[in-house]
Design a protein around this ligand. Structure first.
Ligand SMILES: *Cc1c(COP(=O)(O)O)cnc(C)c1O
Length: 485
């Protein structure tokens, strides 16, 4: 089996050398200092304001409208975190400024934020150690699977496969495959993992199981303890995809349940606006078994209270990202966690689950709900299906487009793959009851029109800057360059 390892950079192990006293600019080589200001194009302030205001009006964001995108937790992100991420002590900090003594006073605060954020995430998840390096959830997955591979290699285990349930997000099998494993998919039963299917797939070559809980159908995996025992019985490792942490914050700690490795999506759960590819942060938490293999560098606290980045971990999988991860996103998560506190984080998950179940209940007479469970099992999002409507020619895609005309973002559609014509709805905890009710009214109106006049829905959207796209043409004749409109 092929596994990949990042190479560590020689000469950067251990504590940094003695550092001279001085100003930040003293540390930058003279030939890299700018002599003149750069020649940038000039525009009047008014033209710039008009340009960006126009763009922002065409843009869709959670700051202007409801964004019930399942699986991705598009919640409102309080603005005070932007202020904190904008503090010049953080934004002006160059990643190569020395850490200790000398100019070290510039970096100590940032290092402390990294250190404290790791501790908070350990507390929230019940894991023993965290790395904040990974730059997205998928990157965290790859890091996590590399940690699993390092563990098995260290123990001399011959492991070739990773099990992934069929409800998994596509990045799970992709991460396992990129790390060199064969992916074994198991079929869900009633929307959750079937312990019998897991037993049938388990053997000594299984490196581990990757799972999400609540899963991508918004259902809590009821056989969790049995699953953990089964996988551990073959010295397999349990990977927890933490993209849905919003549903269990303060309610369950995955470390306590027996998971060995977990990634979180700070940009989903802990208050960074996202979409369009970034910025993200996918910290990875591990228990003691996997801690020696964490990527470098790791932030440590010295006895005198100073912080520094240590590169001296002989079993580490090495570098997985430049510098220290997406620092701004980490900083916002830190501020968010401190601002909400334990009580606040518990209310996040309670209100997120309440909002989803409220919508599910209100829509169950209008859309088919394949896994229509009570609140204890249905969590922060739910999957509805437009199978009835599709018989009249109105598909999930058409309903999603019609919602754009009403000013809502579309739910996630056609994912998870195991439900036909599905719409996956995640309202999040930040929406008011009025917004949820408006969404329900608009959706019901769309479904009524779909019955009487399906063509009207098939033509949507008509109110957006760009109308219905020819998706086949777009896929076949891709234009990847900007063109004059
Ligand atoms: C979003 C998501 C991912 C991937 O995270 P990114 O930060 O987008 O890379 C993985 N799994 C699930 C269940 C997700 O919802």
């Amino acid at each position: 089996m092929k596994t990949i390892f990042a190479k560590s950079v020689p000469g950067r192990k251990g504590v940094w050398p003695e550092e001279p006293e001085g100003q930040i600019t003293d540390f930058i080589p003279e030939n890299l200092l700018r002599e003149n200001l750069p020649a940038l194009p000039e525009q009047s302030e008014l033209d710039v304001v008009r340009h960006f205001t126009l763009l922002s009006r065409r843009n869709f964001g959670v700051d202007s409208n409801f964004y019930p995108l399942g699986s991705c937790t598009m919640k409102y992100n309080p603005k005070f975190m932007e202020d904190i991420a904008n503090l010049s002590g953080f934004t002006d900090l160059h990643p190569l400024v020395p850490q200790l003594r000398g100019a070290g006073h510039y970096t100590q605060g940032a290092l402390e934020v990294l250190y404290e954020t790791e501790k908070l995430l350990c507390e929230i998840t019940g894991m023993d150690a965290f790395t904040l390096q990974p730059l997205a959830g998928a990157h965290g997955e790859l890091t996590g699977v590399m940690l699993m591979a390092a563990y098995h290699n260290y123990k001399g285990n011959k492991k070739t496969k990773i099990i992934v349930p069929d409800s998994a997000h596509g990045t799970n099998p992709a991460s396992a495959a990129i790390a060199g494993y064969e992916v074994v998919s198991i079929e869900s039963r009633d929307g959750i993992i079937d312990p019998q299917a897991l037993k049938d797939a388990l053997d000594d070559e299984v490196a581990g199981l990757m799972m999400t809980c609540p899963n991508t159908l918004g259902l809590f995996e009821r056989h969790l303890r049995e699953i953990v025992e089964l996988v551990h019985s073959v010295d397999g490792l349990l990977y927890y995809d933490g993209a849905n942490l919003n549903a269990i914050l303060g309610k369950m700690r995955v470390g306590d349940v027996g998971f060995d490795v977990v990634h979180l999506n700070l940009h989903k759960t802990f208050g960074t606006p996202h979409g369009g590819g970034g910025p993200g942060s996918g910290p990875v938490g591990v228990n003691k078994k996997l801690e020696p293999f964490l990527p470098i560098s790791r932030v440590v606290k010295l006895e005198d209270g100073q912080f520094f980045l240590d590169y001296d971990y002989p079993f580490s999988i090495g570098y997985i990202a430049p510098f220290y991860g997406n620092f701004g996103v980490i900083l916002k998560a830190y501020a968010y966690i401190l601002r909400l506190g334990r009580e606040g984080l518990i209310r996040v998950s309670e209100n997120a689950v309440l909002a989803a179940n409220y919508l599910r209940k209100k829509l169950e007479d209008y859309l088919h709900i394949p896994y229509n469970r009570t609140c204890a099992h249905a969590m922060h999002e739910f999957v509805a299906s437009a199978v009835k409507q599709a018989q009249k020619g109105v598909r999930a895609l058409d309903i999603a487009k019609a919602l754009l005309d009403k000013g809502h973002h579309a739910p996630t559609i056609y994912f998870p793959l195991i439900v036909k014509e599905c719409l996956m709805i995640e309202p999040t905890e930040t929406e008011s009851k009025e917004t949820l009710d408006q969404f329900v009214d608009d959706l019901i109106e769309i479904l009524k029109i779909a019955e009487e006049n399906p063509e009207a829905i098939q033509e949507a959207p008509v109110n957006t800057p760009v109308k219905r796209l020819d998706e086949v043409k777009a896929a076949r004749e891709m234009i990847l360059k900007e063109q004059d409109m």
